[in-house]
Write a protein that binds this ligand. Structure first.
Ligand SMILES: NC(=O)c1ccc[n+]([C@@H]2O[C@H](COP(=O)([O-])OP(=O)(O)OC[C@H]3O[C@@H](n4cnc5c(N)ncnc54)[C@H](O)[C@@H]3O)[C@@H](O)[C@H]2O)c1
Length: 448
Protein backbone atom coordinates (compact mmCIF):
# COMPACT_ATOMS: atom_id res chain seq x y z
CA UNK A 1 0.00 0.00 0.00
CA UNK A 2 1.15 3.58 -0.58
CA UNK A 3 1.56 5.21 2.81
CA UNK A 4 2.42 8.80 3.75
CA UNK A 5 3.92 9.48 7.14
CA UNK A 6 4.16 12.90 8.76
CA UNK A 7 6.62 13.41 11.64
CA UNK A 8 9.90 11.49 11.39
CA UNK A 9 10.74 11.54 15.10
CA UNK A 10 11.14 8.45 17.20
CA UNK A 11 7.73 6.86 16.57
CA UNK A 12 7.55 8.09 12.99
CA UNK A 13 10.86 6.63 11.92
CA UNK A 14 10.31 3.29 13.61
CA UNK A 15 6.82 3.06 12.10
CA UNK A 16 8.02 4.09 8.63
CA UNK A 17 10.92 1.64 8.67
CA UNK A 18 8.78 -1.28 9.86
CA UNK A 19 5.93 -0.55 7.43
CA UNK A 20 8.47 -0.49 4.59
CA UNK A 21 10.01 -3.71 5.90
CA UNK A 22 6.64 -5.50 5.61
CA UNK A 23 6.30 -4.40 2.00
CA UNK A 24 4.57 -1.02 1.94
CA UNK A 25 5.74 2.01 0.00
CA UNK A 26 6.33 4.79 2.53
CA UNK A 27 6.85 8.51 1.83
CA UNK A 28 7.97 10.46 4.90
CA UNK A 29 7.99 14.14 5.69
CA UNK A 30 8.89 16.30 8.67
CA UNK A 31 8.83 20.02 9.43
CA UNK A 32 12.49 19.71 10.45
CA UNK A 33 14.32 20.08 7.12
CA UNK A 34 17.65 19.25 8.73
CA UNK A 35 16.27 15.89 9.82
CA UNK A 36 15.02 15.14 6.31
CA UNK A 37 18.42 16.11 4.86
CA UNK A 38 20.12 13.72 7.30
CA UNK A 39 17.73 10.90 6.45
CA UNK A 40 18.30 11.49 2.74
CA UNK A 41 22.04 11.29 3.40
CA UNK A 42 21.51 7.89 5.04
CA UNK A 43 22.05 9.20 8.60
CA UNK A 44 19.62 7.77 11.18
CA UNK A 45 19.13 10.52 13.78
CA UNK A 46 17.94 8.22 16.59
CA UNK A 47 19.29 5.04 18.07
CA UNK A 48 17.04 2.01 18.19
CA UNK A 49 18.15 -1.59 17.85
CA UNK A 50 17.75 -2.97 14.25
CA UNK A 51 16.46 0.39 12.95
CA UNK A 52 19.61 1.21 10.92
CA UNK A 53 19.48 -2.16 9.21
CA UNK A 54 15.83 -2.06 8.17
CA UNK A 55 16.02 1.59 7.09
CA UNK A 56 19.05 0.80 4.94
CA UNK A 57 17.36 -2.20 3.34
CA UNK A 58 14.13 -0.22 2.74
CA UNK A 59 16.16 2.52 1.05
CA UNK A 60 18.01 0.02 -1.08
CA UNK A 61 14.74 -1.61 -2.14
CA UNK A 62 13.27 1.83 -2.92
CA UNK A 63 10.41 1.33 -0.43
CA UNK A 64 11.06 4.46 1.66
CA UNK A 65 11.66 8.08 0.68
CA UNK A 66 11.97 11.36 2.57
CA UNK A 67 10.88 14.81 1.47
CA UNK A 68 10.60 18.24 3.09
CA UNK A 69 7.74 18.96 0.73
CA UNK A 70 4.67 18.08 2.82
CA UNK A 71 2.37 18.39 -0.21
CA UNK A 72 4.38 15.80 -2.13
CA UNK A 73 4.29 13.40 0.81
CA UNK A 74 0.56 13.92 1.40
CA UNK A 75 -0.30 13.19 -2.22
CA UNK A 76 1.85 10.05 -2.35
CA UNK A 77 -0.24 7.92 0.01
CA UNK A 78 -3.75 6.50 0.22
CA UNK A 79 -3.37 6.53 3.98
CA UNK A 80 -1.51 9.09 6.08
CA UNK A 81 0.02 8.30 9.46
CA UNK A 82 0.35 11.35 11.70
CA UNK A 83 3.32 10.85 14.05
CA UNK A 84 4.05 14.42 15.16
CA UNK A 85 4.84 15.36 18.76
CA UNK A 86 2.09 16.15 21.26
CA UNK A 87 4.05 17.82 24.11
CA UNK A 88 2.41 19.04 27.31
CA UNK A 89 1.38 22.65 27.84
CA UNK A 90 2.10 24.39 31.16
CA UNK A 91 -1.20 23.09 32.61
CA UNK A 92 -0.53 19.48 31.58
CA UNK A 93 -2.97 19.53 28.68
CA UNK A 94 -1.64 18.00 25.44
CA UNK A 95 -0.54 20.60 22.91
CA UNK A 96 -2.25 19.55 19.69
CA UNK A 97 -1.05 22.46 17.55
CA UNK A 98 1.15 20.20 15.38
CA UNK A 99 -1.85 17.92 14.71
CA UNK A 100 -3.93 20.96 13.75
CA UNK A 101 -1.14 22.22 11.48
CA UNK A 102 -0.90 18.85 9.76
CA UNK A 103 -4.70 18.67 9.38
CA UNK A 104 -4.63 21.99 7.54
CA UNK A 105 -1.82 20.81 5.25
CA UNK A 106 -3.61 17.55 4.46
CA UNK A 107 -6.92 19.30 3.75
CA UNK A 108 -5.24 21.83 1.46
CA UNK A 109 -2.87 19.53 -0.38
CA UNK A 110 -4.73 16.22 -0.78
CA UNK A 111 -6.10 15.58 -4.26
CA UNK A 112 -7.70 12.18 -3.58
CA UNK A 113 -9.53 10.45 -0.71
CA UNK A 114 -7.36 9.71 2.34
CA UNK A 115 -7.57 7.68 5.49
CA UNK A 116 -5.88 9.89 8.10
CA UNK A 117 -4.52 7.87 11.01
CA UNK A 118 -3.52 9.30 14.38
CA UNK A 119 -0.44 7.46 15.57
CA UNK A 120 0.59 10.27 17.93
CA UNK A 121 -0.72 9.91 21.48
CA UNK A 122 -3.71 12.22 21.79
CA UNK A 123 -6.51 12.73 24.32
CA UNK A 124 -9.88 11.10 23.70
CA UNK A 125 -12.09 13.03 21.28
CA UNK A 126 -9.13 14.33 19.25
CA UNK A 127 -10.21 12.15 16.31
CA UNK A 128 -13.57 13.90 16.21
CA UNK A 129 -11.83 17.28 16.24
CA UNK A 130 -9.42 16.12 13.55
CA UNK A 131 -12.34 15.08 11.34
CA UNK A 132 -13.93 18.50 11.87
CA UNK A 133 -10.66 20.30 11.15
CA UNK A 134 -10.12 18.36 7.92
CA UNK A 135 -13.59 19.33 6.71
CA UNK A 136 -13.22 22.94 7.83
CA UNK A 137 -9.80 23.43 6.18
CA UNK A 138 -10.82 21.66 2.98
CA UNK A 139 -11.82 24.52 0.68
CA UNK A 140 -13.50 22.62 -2.12
CA UNK A 141 -14.91 19.88 0.09
CA UNK A 142 -14.36 17.61 -2.91
CA UNK A 143 -11.85 15.28 -1.24
CA UNK A 144 -13.20 12.73 1.22
CA UNK A 145 -11.31 12.21 4.48
CA UNK A 146 -11.82 9.42 6.96
CA UNK A 147 -10.09 9.46 10.33
CA UNK A 148 -8.81 6.54 12.43
CA UNK A 149 -6.80 6.10 15.59
CA UNK A 150 -3.99 3.57 15.80
CA UNK A 151 -2.22 4.17 19.12
CA UNK A 152 1.40 3.17 19.48
CA UNK A 153 2.50 0.98 22.40
CA UNK A 154 6.17 0.45 21.50
CA UNK A 155 8.81 0.66 24.18
CA UNK A 156 12.00 2.60 23.54
CA UNK A 157 14.87 0.15 23.24
CA UNK A 158 12.74 -2.68 21.83
CA UNK A 159 10.61 -0.63 19.44
CA UNK A 160 11.36 -2.60 16.27
CA UNK A 161 10.83 -5.91 18.03
CA UNK A 162 7.57 -4.56 19.48
CA UNK A 163 6.31 -3.61 16.02
CA UNK A 164 6.79 -7.16 14.74
CA UNK A 165 5.54 -8.82 17.93
CA UNK A 166 2.84 -6.56 19.36
CA UNK A 167 0.68 -7.61 22.32
CA UNK A 168 -2.25 -6.14 20.42
CA UNK A 169 -2.98 -3.85 17.50
CA UNK A 170 -5.71 -1.36 18.32
CA UNK A 171 -7.57 0.50 15.59
CA UNK A 172 -10.27 3.02 16.35
CA UNK A 173 -12.51 3.63 13.36
CA UNK A 174 -15.78 5.13 12.29
CA UNK A 175 -16.54 2.76 9.43
CA UNK A 176 -15.77 -0.75 8.24
CA UNK A 177 -13.72 0.29 5.23
CA UNK A 178 -11.18 2.06 7.51
CA UNK A 179 -10.90 -1.07 9.65
CA UNK A 180 -10.36 -3.17 6.51
CA UNK A 181 -7.67 -0.80 5.24
CA UNK A 182 -5.84 -0.88 8.57
CA UNK A 183 -6.13 -4.65 8.69
CA UNK A 184 -4.56 -4.85 5.25
CA UNK A 185 -1.66 -2.66 6.40
CA UNK A 186 -0.94 -4.97 9.34
CA UNK A 187 -1.79 -8.26 7.58
CA UNK A 188 1.87 -9.37 7.26
CA UNK A 189 2.19 -8.98 11.06
CA UNK A 190 -1.12 -10.73 11.78
CA UNK A 191 -0.23 -13.62 9.47
CA UNK A 192 3.47 -13.71 10.46
CA UNK A 193 4.56 -13.06 6.88
CA UNK A 194 7.84 -11.19 7.48
CA UNK A 195 11.55 -11.77 7.95
CA UNK A 196 11.98 -10.89 11.59
CA UNK A 197 14.73 -8.26 11.97
CA UNK A 198 14.95 -8.92 15.71
CA UNK A 199 15.11 -12.73 15.90
CA UNK A 200 16.02 -13.89 12.38
CA UNK A 201 15.38 -17.56 11.75
CA UNK A 202 14.84 -18.19 15.48
CA UNK A 203 11.66 -16.08 15.39
CA UNK A 204 8.63 -17.91 16.73
CA UNK A 205 5.70 -17.29 14.46
CA UNK A 206 2.93 -18.97 16.40
CA UNK A 207 2.03 -15.99 18.56
CA UNK A 208 -1.55 -14.77 18.04
CA UNK A 209 -1.79 -10.99 17.69
CA UNK A 210 -5.21 -9.63 18.69
CA UNK A 211 -6.45 -7.05 16.17
CA UNK A 212 -8.91 -4.94 18.12
CA UNK A 213 -11.38 -2.74 16.29
CA UNK A 214 -12.93 -0.08 18.53
CA UNK A 215 -14.42 3.37 18.26
CA UNK A 216 -11.95 6.23 17.83
CA UNK A 217 -12.69 7.54 21.33
CA UNK A 218 -12.01 4.12 22.87
CA UNK A 219 -8.74 3.69 20.97
CA UNK A 220 -7.52 7.07 22.16
CA UNK A 221 -8.55 6.25 25.72
CA UNK A 222 -6.86 2.81 25.60
CA UNK A 223 -3.45 4.42 25.05
CA UNK A 224 -3.71 6.89 27.93
CA UNK A 225 -5.38 4.34 30.21
CA UNK A 226 -2.59 1.82 29.55
CA UNK A 227 0.31 4.20 30.15
CA UNK A 228 -1.33 5.64 33.24
CA UNK A 229 -1.91 2.19 34.68
CA UNK A 230 1.79 1.37 34.25
CA UNK A 231 2.63 4.64 35.99
CA UNK A 232 0.35 3.60 38.87
CA UNK A 233 2.21 0.29 39.15
CA UNK A 234 5.61 1.99 39.30
CA UNK A 235 4.48 4.45 41.95
CA UNK A 236 2.89 1.62 43.93
CA UNK A 237 6.19 -0.29 43.92
CA UNK A 238 7.96 2.87 45.05
CA UNK A 239 5.67 3.36 48.04
CA UNK A 240 6.22 -0.31 48.92
CA UNK A 241 9.98 0.38 48.73
CA UNK A 242 9.64 3.27 51.20
CA UNK A 243 7.65 0.98 53.48
CA UNK A 244 10.30 -1.74 53.18
CA UNK A 245 12.99 0.70 54.29
CA UNK A 246 11.00 1.61 57.40
CA UNK A 247 9.95 -1.91 58.24
CA UNK A 248 13.11 -3.78 57.32
CA UNK A 249 11.85 -5.76 54.34
CA UNK A 250 13.34 -6.14 50.87
CA UNK A 251 11.32 -4.61 48.05
CA UNK A 252 12.81 -6.97 45.44
CA UNK A 253 11.51 -9.95 47.38
CA UNK A 254 8.11 -8.36 47.90
CA UNK A 255 7.52 -7.21 44.31
CA UNK A 256 8.89 -10.44 42.85
CA UNK A 257 6.37 -12.47 44.85
CA UNK A 258 3.57 -10.03 44.01
CA UNK A 259 4.38 -10.21 40.31
CA UNK A 260 4.06 -14.00 40.20
CA UNK A 261 0.32 -13.52 40.65
CA UNK A 262 -0.91 -13.31 37.03
CA UNK A 263 -3.58 -10.83 38.12
CA UNK A 264 -0.75 -8.45 39.06
CA UNK A 265 2.13 -9.34 36.70
CA UNK A 266 5.79 -8.70 37.38
CA UNK A 267 6.53 -5.87 34.99
CA UNK A 268 6.61 -2.22 36.02
CA UNK A 269 6.94 -3.16 39.67
CA UNK A 270 10.56 -2.05 39.91
CA UNK A 271 11.33 0.39 42.71
CA UNK A 272 13.77 3.23 42.12
CA UNK A 273 13.85 6.73 40.72
CA UNK A 274 10.40 6.38 39.19
CA UNK A 275 9.08 6.93 35.71
CA UNK A 276 10.60 9.59 33.54
CA UNK A 277 11.54 10.27 29.99
CA UNK A 278 9.16 12.17 27.85
CA UNK A 279 6.09 9.99 27.32
CA UNK A 280 5.03 8.72 30.73
CA UNK A 281 4.92 11.99 32.67
CA UNK A 282 3.25 13.84 29.80
CA UNK A 283 0.67 11.12 29.17
CA UNK A 284 -0.20 10.96 32.87
CA UNK A 285 -0.57 14.74 32.99
CA UNK A 286 -2.71 14.76 29.85
CA UNK A 287 -4.95 12.02 31.24
CA UNK A 288 -5.43 13.86 34.54
CA UNK A 289 -6.23 17.01 32.58
CA UNK A 290 -8.67 15.23 30.27
CA UNK A 291 -10.46 13.62 33.22
CA UNK A 292 -10.78 16.93 35.05
CA UNK A 293 -12.10 18.61 31.89
CA UNK A 294 -15.03 16.18 31.81
CA UNK A 295 -15.63 16.37 35.57
CA UNK A 296 -13.98 13.09 36.61
CA UNK A 297 -11.55 13.40 39.52
CA UNK A 298 -8.71 10.96 38.90
CA UNK A 299 -7.38 11.07 42.46
CA UNK A 300 -5.34 7.85 42.30
CA UNK A 301 -3.49 9.01 39.20
CA UNK A 302 -2.73 12.37 40.83
CA UNK A 303 -1.32 10.47 43.81
CA UNK A 304 0.86 8.36 41.50
CA UNK A 305 2.21 11.51 39.90
CA UNK A 306 2.95 13.03 43.32
CA UNK A 307 4.76 9.88 44.48
CA UNK A 308 6.82 9.96 41.29
CA UNK A 309 7.83 13.60 41.70
CA UNK A 310 8.95 12.87 45.25
CA UNK A 311 11.35 10.13 44.12
CA UNK A 312 13.98 12.74 43.27
CA UNK A 313 13.69 14.15 46.84
CA UNK A 314 14.05 10.66 48.27
CA UNK A 315 17.13 10.07 46.10
CA UNK A 316 18.73 13.36 47.11
CA UNK A 317 18.06 12.49 50.76
CA UNK A 318 20.04 9.29 50.23
CA UNK A 319 22.87 11.17 48.55
CA UNK A 320 22.95 13.78 51.28
CA UNK A 321 22.90 11.16 54.04
CA UNK A 322 25.79 9.28 52.44
CA UNK A 323 27.96 12.30 51.58
CA UNK A 324 27.04 14.66 54.45
CA UNK A 325 28.13 17.89 52.68
CA UNK A 326 27.44 18.04 48.97
CA UNK A 327 29.20 21.27 48.01
CA UNK A 328 32.54 20.70 46.28
CA UNK A 329 32.03 16.94 46.01
CA UNK A 330 32.76 15.23 42.74
CA UNK A 331 29.98 12.92 41.65
CA UNK A 332 29.64 10.75 38.60
CA UNK A 333 26.07 10.71 37.37
CA UNK A 334 25.66 7.65 35.26
CA UNK A 335 22.85 8.82 32.94
CA UNK A 336 20.21 11.51 33.12
CA UNK A 337 16.52 10.97 32.32
CA UNK A 338 14.56 10.84 34.51
CA UNK A 339 17.41 12.22 36.55
CA UNK A 340 17.98 15.47 34.65
CA UNK A 341 16.38 16.96 37.71
CA UNK A 342 18.98 15.21 39.89
CA UNK A 343 21.81 16.76 37.85
CA UNK A 344 20.14 20.17 38.04
CA UNK A 345 19.76 20.02 41.80
CA UNK A 346 23.28 18.70 42.40
CA UNK A 347 24.79 21.48 40.28
CA UNK A 348 22.72 24.02 42.22
CA UNK A 349 24.28 22.69 45.44
CA UNK A 350 27.81 23.17 44.09
CA UNK A 351 28.56 19.56 43.24
CA UNK A 352 31.06 18.78 40.45
CA UNK A 353 29.04 16.48 38.22
CA UNK A 354 30.86 14.18 35.80
CA UNK A 355 28.21 12.53 33.68
CA UNK A 356 28.18 9.56 31.35
CA UNK A 357 25.47 8.14 29.13
CA UNK A 358 25.60 6.04 25.98
CA UNK A 359 22.91 8.12 24.26
CA UNK A 360 22.08 11.44 25.88
CA UNK A 361 25.41 13.26 26.31
CA UNK A 362 25.03 15.77 23.47
CA UNK A 363 21.47 16.75 24.39
CA UNK A 364 22.32 17.12 28.06
CA UNK A 365 25.53 19.06 27.48
CA UNK A 366 23.47 21.93 26.06
CA UNK A 367 21.15 21.88 29.08
CA UNK A 368 23.87 21.76 31.73
CA UNK A 369 27.18 23.03 30.32
CA UNK A 370 28.60 23.25 33.88
CA UNK A 371 28.81 19.47 34.15
CA UNK A 372 31.63 17.43 32.59
CA UNK A 373 30.69 14.71 30.11
CA UNK A 374 32.40 11.43 29.32
CA UNK A 375 31.71 8.71 26.80
CA UNK A 376 33.60 6.21 28.91
CA UNK A 377 31.87 5.65 32.29
CA UNK A 378 35.19 4.65 33.87
CA UNK A 379 36.67 8.03 32.94
CA UNK A 380 33.65 9.74 34.50
CA UNK A 381 34.21 7.76 37.69
CA UNK A 382 37.89 8.73 38.01
CA UNK A 383 38.35 10.63 41.27
CA UNK A 384 34.61 10.62 42.10
CA UNK A 385 33.42 10.64 45.70
CA UNK A 386 30.21 8.89 44.71
CA UNK A 387 28.62 7.17 41.73
CA UNK A 388 24.93 7.78 41.12
CA UNK A 389 23.25 5.24 38.88
CA UNK A 390 20.14 6.64 37.24
CA UNK A 391 19.35 4.31 34.36
CA UNK A 392 19.28 0.68 33.35
CA UNK A 393 21.42 0.79 30.20
CA UNK A 394 23.24 -2.53 29.68
CA UNK A 395 26.60 -0.75 29.79
CA UNK A 396 25.89 0.23 33.42
CA UNK A 397 24.25 -3.06 34.32
CA UNK A 398 27.45 -4.86 33.37
CA UNK A 399 29.91 -2.27 34.68
CA UNK A 400 33.07 -3.75 36.21
CA UNK A 401 32.80 -2.26 39.69
CA UNK A 402 36.07 -3.79 40.81
CA UNK A 403 37.82 -1.74 38.12
CA UNK A 404 35.63 1.32 38.81
CA UNK A 405 36.34 1.12 42.56
CA UNK A 406 40.08 1.47 41.92
CA UNK A 407 39.48 4.72 40.03
CA UNK A 408 37.09 6.34 42.52
CA UNK A 409 38.19 8.56 45.41
CA UNK A 410 35.53 6.95 47.62
CA UNK A 411 33.85 3.62 46.99
CA UNK A 412 30.28 4.82 47.30
CA UNK A 413 27.42 3.88 44.97
CA UNK A 414 23.90 5.29 45.29
CA UNK A 415 21.82 3.22 42.94
CA UNK A 416 18.60 4.86 41.75
CA UNK A 417 17.59 1.78 39.75
CA UNK A 418 18.26 -1.13 42.12
CA UNK A 419 20.58 -2.57 39.47
CA UNK A 420 23.09 -4.39 41.62
CA UNK A 421 23.10 -6.94 44.38
CA UNK A 422 23.72 -5.14 47.68
CA UNK A 423 25.74 -8.06 49.06
CA UNK A 424 27.91 -8.32 45.91
CA UNK A 425 28.63 -4.58 46.03
CA UNK A 426 29.52 -4.75 49.71
CA UNK A 427 31.79 -7.70 49.06
CA UNK A 428 33.65 -5.51 46.58
CA UNK A 429 34.13 -3.03 49.42
CA UNK A 430 31.50 -0.50 48.34
CA UNK A 431 29.26 1.53 50.55
CA UNK A 432 26.04 0.88 48.64
CA UNK A 433 22.56 2.40 48.86
CA UNK A 434 19.48 1.63 46.80
CA UNK A 435 15.69 1.82 47.18
CA UNK A 436 13.71 -0.39 49.55
CA UNK A 437 16.52 -2.79 50.36
CA UNK A 438 18.75 -0.84 52.68
CA UNK A 439 17.12 -1.40 56.08
CA UNK A 440 17.25 -5.14 55.61
CA UNK A 441 20.81 -4.99 54.33
CA UNK A 442 22.07 -3.13 57.39
CA UNK A 443 20.26 -5.58 59.69
CA UNK A 444 21.92 -8.44 57.85
CA UNK A 445 25.32 -6.84 58.11
CA UNK A 446 24.77 -6.29 61.88
CA UNK A 447 23.77 -9.90 62.48
CA UNK A 448 26.37 -11.49 60.20
N1 LIG B 1 8.63 7.95 22.03
C1 LIG B 1 7.85 6.97 22.45
O1 LIG B 1 8.29 6.02 23.09
C2 LIG B 1 6.37 6.98 22.11
C3 LIG B 1 5.63 5.80 22.26
C4 LIG B 1 4.28 5.81 21.93
C5 LIG B 1 3.69 6.98 21.47
N2 LIG B 1 4.42 8.13 21.36
C6 LIG B 1 3.73 9.33 20.85
O2 LIG B 1 4.06 9.52 19.48
C7 LIG B 1 4.12 10.92 19.17
C8 LIG B 1 5.50 11.26 18.62
O3 LIG B 1 6.44 10.97 19.61
P1 LIG B 1 8.00 10.91 19.29
O4 LIG B 1 8.65 10.33 20.49
O5 LIG B 1 8.21 10.30 17.96
O6 LIG B 1 8.31 12.48 19.21
P2 LIG B 1 9.56 13.19 18.52
O7 LIG B 1 9.69 14.51 19.16
O8 LIG B 1 10.72 12.25 18.47
O9 LIG B 1 9.07 13.39 17.01
C9 LIG B 1 8.10 14.28 16.61
C10 LIG B 1 8.46 14.70 15.19
O10 LIG B 1 7.38 15.45 14.66
C11 LIG B 1 7.92 16.50 13.89
N3 LIG B 1 6.90 17.55 13.74
C12 LIG B 1 6.42 18.38 14.68
N4 LIG B 1 5.49 19.20 14.15
C13 LIG B 1 5.38 18.86 12.84
C14 LIG B 1 4.59 19.32 11.77
N5 LIG B 1 3.71 20.30 11.95
N6 LIG B 1 4.74 18.76 10.56
C15 LIG B 1 5.63 17.76 10.37
N7 LIG B 1 6.41 17.28 11.36
C16 LIG B 1 6.28 17.80 12.57
C17 LIG B 1 9.13 16.94 14.66
O11 LIG B 1 10.04 17.70 13.87
C18 LIG B 1 9.70 15.59 15.11
O12 LIG B 1 10.62 15.08 14.18
C19 LIG B 1 3.80 11.64 20.47
O13 LIG B 1 2.42 11.91 20.49
C20 LIG B 1 4.14 10.62 21.53
O14 LIG B 1 3.41 10.81 22.71
C21 LIG B 1 5.75 8.15 21.64
Amino acid sequence: MNISLIGCGYVGLVTAACLAEIGHQVTCTDIDTDRIAKLNAGIVPIYERHLDTILASARKAGRISYTSDAAEAIRAGDVIFICVGTPPKENGEADLSAIDHVAQQIAEEARSAKLVIEKSTVPARTGLELQRALSAYSQSGAVKFRVASNPEFLREGTAVEDFFHPDRIVVGVEDESSAAQLREIYLPILEHRFDCPAHGSACRKDHHVPFLVTTINSAELIKHASNSFLALKISYANVIADLCEKIGANVDEVTHAMGLDPRIGGQFLKAGLGFGGFCFPKDVQAFIHLSASVGVDFTILKAAEKVNKERIDRYLEKIRKALWVLKGKQIDDVRFAPALEVVKRLLAEGVNVRASDPEAVERTRTLFPQAEYFEDPYEALRGAQAALVCTEWDVFRSLDWERAGKLMARKLVIDGRNLYSPSAMRQLGFEYYSFGRDALQSEHSVSS
